[in-house]
Design a protein around this ligand. Structure first.
Ligand code: MEV
Length: 441
C-alpha cells in the first residue's frame, strides 16, 4: 500500500472511506459501525471533532459516579470516566466506609506553577548573571507586563523570575526559571506565551548589550515551556478515626489486625519500587478517572505525580499511613495542577456537566476532591488486598464483561453467575458453561 498524501485535508467521510477501504476490508458494515458512534447532534459532534485532528468518530468510555463522597463536610457526587471494572465500585465502597467515620479532609499546600526558558550561552557565567540581575530582569518583566494583565486581574500572574546557571550539568546551559499563579486555570497557554516572550526578549537584550563580545551576544534559546513538575502546586487529603472505629463486618478480621495490615501494606509501597508502582497505579485509577471526567490533562497529572513519588531518588508510595495513640491515619500528599476554567472544562459538554455536578469548584476545590478520590481509591484497593484479595471483586466484573461479550440472556446470566460464585472466572470456562446450557435447550 502506498502512503497517502494530504489525508488531513480530506473531509471526515472521505477519511473514513479511506480507512475502511484500506484497513477494514472495505466492509460497509465497518463503515456503519464507526458512524454509529457519531453524536446524534451534529453541532455537538462538531465540537468533539474540533478538539483534535483527523477525527473520524468517537471512542466511548463509561461515565460513572460515586455518591456520598464526604469531603471537608460537603457531600459530593464524584464523576469518573474509566473502563476498568471495579474502580468505581471500590471508590464508592471507600466513600461509604468513611462517610460514617468523619469523611475525607483535604487542604491545599500551594498553587505555584513553574516554567522554564532553556538556553545556551558561551561566556563567563558571572557576567551573564550580573547582566540579568542589574538590568535584564527588569526589562524582561516590563516586556511581559501586558501579557499578565488579565491574569493579574484574576489575582494571579508571574510570581518570580530567576536566572539559573546549569553549567555544572551541561556546558553553556542556563535557564530562565519563572513561577506563576494561574488561579482557576491550569494555565498552560498563559505560561507558555509568557515564557516564549521572555526567551525572545532575553535573546535580543543579550545581543544588544555592548559589554558582551560577539560570542557572548549569541544566546541560543533552545525552548520555552512550562514544567509539568509542580511540587509546590500540591494538596494533602486524609482520613482518620480511632482504630476500633474501623470495625466492620465485611473486613472478616478485627479492626486492629486490619489497621496493622493496612499500615504494613503502605509501608511496603514506601520502600519497595515494584509494589510502589502498582500501589500508585491504583491511586491514579481514581485520579485519572476524575481528571478525565472534568476535562483536565491526565498525562500531565500522572507525569507530575510519578516524578514527585521519586523526588528523593527512589520511587515511593504517594500515600502514607500511621497508627498513633490509637488513631488510624491515612493520607495522600500529591501535586495536582488542575483547572476549572479554560481548556476542555467548558467546551466538552460532559466535562462541564461534571464540574456542575461538583458544585462548580474552584481549581483549589477540585485539587482537594481529586486528591481525596485518589486516597479513596487506594484505600479501596488496599482494603481488598489485605482482606479478601483483589480477585473476588474483579472476577465478578470480569464475568459480567464475558457474559456481555457472549450475549448471554438474563436467564443464562443468572445460572452462570451462580455457578461461578466460588470459581475462578475464565473466558473459556464461561463459554463452555454457556454452550452446555444452550445445548440443553
Ligand atoms: C488495579 O487496577 C489496581 C491495583 O492493582 C492497585 C493496588 O494493587 O494497590 C488493585
Amino acid at each position: 500500500m502506498k502512503p497517502i498524501k494530504g489525508f488531513s485535508k480530506l473531509t471526515k467521510v472521505e477519511k473514513l472511506n479511506y480507512i475502511v477501504e484500506n484497513y477494514l476490508d472495505a466492509s460497509k458494515h465497518k463503515l456503519e459501525e464507526i458512524k454509529s458512534f457519531w453524536h446524534s447532534n451534529a453541532q455537538a459532534q462538531q465540537i468533539l471533532d474540533d478538539f483534535s485532528e483527523n477525527t473520524v468518530s468517537n471512542f466511548f468510555f463509561p461515565y460513572g459516579v460515586v455518591p456520598n463522597f464526604k469531603l471537608n463536610e460537603t457531600l459530593y457526587c464524584v464523576p469518573m470516566v474509566i473502563e476498568e471494572s471495579s474502580v468505581v465500585a471500590a471508590c464508592a465502597r471507600s466513600a461509604n466506609f468513611w462517610l460514617s467515620r468523619g469523611g475525607f479532609k483535604a487542604e491545599i499546600v500551594g498553587t505555584e506553577k513553574v516554567g522554564q526558558v532553556h538556553f545556551s550561552w558561551k561566556g563567563e557565567s558571572s557576567k551573564l548573571i550580573k547582566f540579568f540581575n542589574e538590568s535584564a530582569k527588569e526589562l524582561l518583566l516590563n516586556e511581559v507586563a501586558p501579557l499578565l494583565t488579565n491574569m493579574e486581574q484574576r489575582g494571579g500572574g508571574l510570581n518570580s523570575l530567576e536566572l539559573k546557571d546549569c553549567t555544572d550539568r551541561e556546558d553553556d546551559y542556563y535557564q530562565l526559571w519563572a513561577t506563576f499563579e494561574t488561579c482557576d486555570a491550569m494555565g498552560a497557554n498563559f505560561i507558555n506565551s509568557v515564557l516564549e516572550a521572555l526567551g525572545q526578549k532575553f535573546r535580543t537584550l543579550v545581543s544588544d548589550n555592548e559589554s558582551f563580545n560577539e560570542t557572548e551576544k549569541d544566546l541560543l534559546v533552545i525552548m520555552a515551556i512550562l514544567s509539568n513538575y509542580t511540587p509546590n502546586c500540591r494538596v494533602k487529603a486524609m482520613v482518620e478515626c480511632p482504630v476500633e472505629d474501623l470495625e466492620d463486618k465485611s473486613l472478616g478480621m478485627s479492626a486492629e489486625l486490619f489497621a496493622t495490615k493496612m499500615r504494613k501494606a503502605v509501608r511496603i509501597a514506601e520502600i519497595d519500587v515494584n509494589r510502589a508502582t502498582t500501589h500508585n497505579k491504583g491511586i491514579f485509577n481514581g485520579i485519572d478517572a476524575l481528571i478525565l471526567a472534568t476535562g483536565n490533562d491526565f498525562r500531565a497529572i500522572e507525569a507530575c505525580g510519578h516524578t514527585y513519588a521519586a523526588r528523593d531518588g527512589q520511587y515511593r508510595s504517594l500515600t502514607h499511613c500511621e497508627i498513633k495513640d490509637g488513631l488510624f491515619r491515612f493520607w495522600i500528599d500529591i501535586p495536582l495542577a488542575l483547572g476549572t476554567v479554560g481548556g476542555l472544562t467548558k467546551l466538552h459538554p460532559m466535562a462541564k456537566l461534571s464540574l456542575d455536578m461538583l458544585n462548580k469548584p474552584s481549581a483549589k476545590e477540585l485539587m482537594m476532591i481529586v486528591a481525596a478520590c485518589g486516597l479513596a481509591q487506594n484505600f479501596g484497593a488496599l482494603r481488598s488486598l489485605v482482606t479478601s484479595g483483589i480477585q473476588k471483586g474483579h472476577m465478578k466484573m470480569h464475568l459480567v464483561n464475558i457474559l456481555n461479550q457472549l450475549e448471554a440472556s438474563e436467564q443464562e446470566r443468572e445460572i452462570v453467575r451462580a455457578k461461578f460464585q466460588d470459581r475462578i472466572v475464565s473466558y473459556k470456562d464461561v463459554r463452555e458453561e454457556l454452550a452446555s446450557l444452550r445445548d440443553l435447550q
